[in-house]
Design a binder for this molecule. Structure first.
Ligand code: AGP
Length: 345
């Protein structure tokens, strides 16, 4: 078994422990953010951690109403610009805790009196030490170059933070119920991914599409396939795809579409119809029985409300990339030209 797969399979055990491990910090952080009336947040991470930040934007914006934007580290690291982070929450996300660019933003923020938060998988890392608050993925060592269990732990922490801040019992209940359902969800995702991935062995390029809360998972699915299979594939929001990328579509272009039920479902179904109209046959991954049954579909069990449902698609994406990499005779644990820790500024 690859290391990547064994780390994927650890996710139910990781997620079940995340809230208990971080409850005290989440409560203190929530209290401070409310007391200081923080209404905007700047998030920074690279690669997979950047995709977790995108999920954070959706969650913080939708639930507690915090305007969250991706930070631009170059404003600090290249230009020593005037970036004013005072009054904001600055959140650095890095499984290793060694992302120098996100760290530079955190340090700038801390120097200016911002509320600083690090989400890492290493409490002894530079980033964890630089922030006022540390949220711990507590995922155990992640040795495969392809980040998997730390990604879903990062998503889960953003979800909890949004739930605590918004005092949204519906969201918190969905997140708390999720780990108990994870073994079944992960098992179904794995079986489906392993059954379908070999069909994609000839893929040279392609797209992964989704919308809303699941958009960051489309970005992450594409990155996982890029790094473990060396395929030129890109993730897009369904809404953005109409604004240019669609012109690249040909009937044989491979597309994976994550179409979970919820507010984004109608748009994803409309995109599926549009792509089928031009002769394409997207692989549609969904928790909607009708859609899965009447198209080139994969049915995943629902994971509750839409915001928590993304975990099922993340599991599928990880298992799909892993299985495709193995089918191609590659080693997903050691992608060429990559290291586990990449420091950029
Ligand atoms: C993830 O599979 C990649 N190996 C890579 O994109 C990684 O997420 C990125 O380098 C960021 O690493 P960090 O979370 O340790 O900062």
């Amino acid at each position: 078994m690859t290391r990547m797969l064994s780390e994927i399979l650890e996710q139910p055990a990781v997620l079940v422990a995340v809230e208990a491990k971080n409850k005290a910090v989440l409560e203190q952080l929530t209290c401070v953010l409310k007391k200081r009336n923080v209404t905007h947040a700047v998030l920074a991470g690279r690669g997979t951690s950047d995709h977790a930040c995108v999920y954070g934007q959706y969650m913080l914006g939708t639930y507690p109403g915090i305007v969250a934007a991706q930070g631009i580290p170059s404003c600090v690291t290249l230009y020593n610009g005037r970036l004013d982070l005072s009054g904001a929450a600055v959140v650095g996300v890095s499984q290793s805790g060694k992302a120098a660019d996100a760290l530079a933003l955190l340090e700038r923020g801390r120097g200016q009196g911002a509320v600083t938060v690090a989400i890492t998988n290493d409490a002894a890392s530079p980033m964890a030490g630089a922030a006022e608050f540390h949220l711990d993925c507590s995922a155990g060592p992640e040795l495969s170059v392809a980040a998997t269990k730390t990604f879903t732990a990062q998503l889960y922490l953003f979800g909890l933070l949004a739930g605590y801040l918004a005092e949204d019992e519906g969201l918190l209940t969905a997140l708390r119920e999720l780990p108990g359902r994870c073994p079944d969800i992960l098992d179904a995702a794995r079986r489906a991914a392993e059954a379908r991935a070999p069909e994609f062995c000839g893929m040279k390029d392609g797209f992964v599409l989704s919308r809303g809360f699941c958009y960051p998972v489309a970005l992450e699915a594409a990155l996982k396939i890029q790094e473990t299979c060396y395929i030129k594939i890109k993730g897009h929001a369904v809404s953005d795809f109409y604004h240019g990328p669609m012109a690249q579509m040909e009937p044989e272009t491979p597309v994976i579409l994550f179409a979970g039920r919820g507010a984004a479902f109608a748009d994803s179904a409309a995109m599926l119809a549009r792509l089928e109209q031009i002769g394409a046959k997207p692989l549609v991954v969904t928790d909607d029985q009708d859609l899965a049954g009447t198209h080139n579909g994969v049915l995943l069990p629902g994971a509750g409300m839409e915001a928590a449902g993304v975990f099922a698609y993340a599991f599928f994406a990880q298992c799909f990339a892993q299985a495709l990499s193995v089918s191609l005779g590659l080693d997903p644990d050691k992608p060429r030209l990559l290291n586990k820790v990449t420091v950029t500024r």
